[in-house]
Design a protein. Structure first.
Length: 64
């Protein structure tokens, strides 16, 4: 696999690079998991007033 970037030294080259694999750029169906069925239209509020209510730092395996 060649991961080197394509040389975009002109606007035409940039447009050509942008059009590459355009057939793969199709929208997909949105995910509809069971856990999200009861959410309101505005979604889940992830800005908790007390962030410690979301996890227990005492049981965090990544905490050194």
């Amino acid at each position: 696999v060649d991961l080197s970037p394509m040389p975009s030294d002109s606007h035409e080259a940039w447009l050509k690079d942008k059009e590459r694999n355009a057939q793969l750029n199709i929208p997909t169906e949105p995910a509809d998991p069971e856990s999200a069925r009861d959410l309101p239209a505005e979604g889940r509020d992830t800005n908790a007033a007390d962030p410690t209510s979301l996890y227990s730092w005492e049981n965090d395996p990544q905490l050194l």
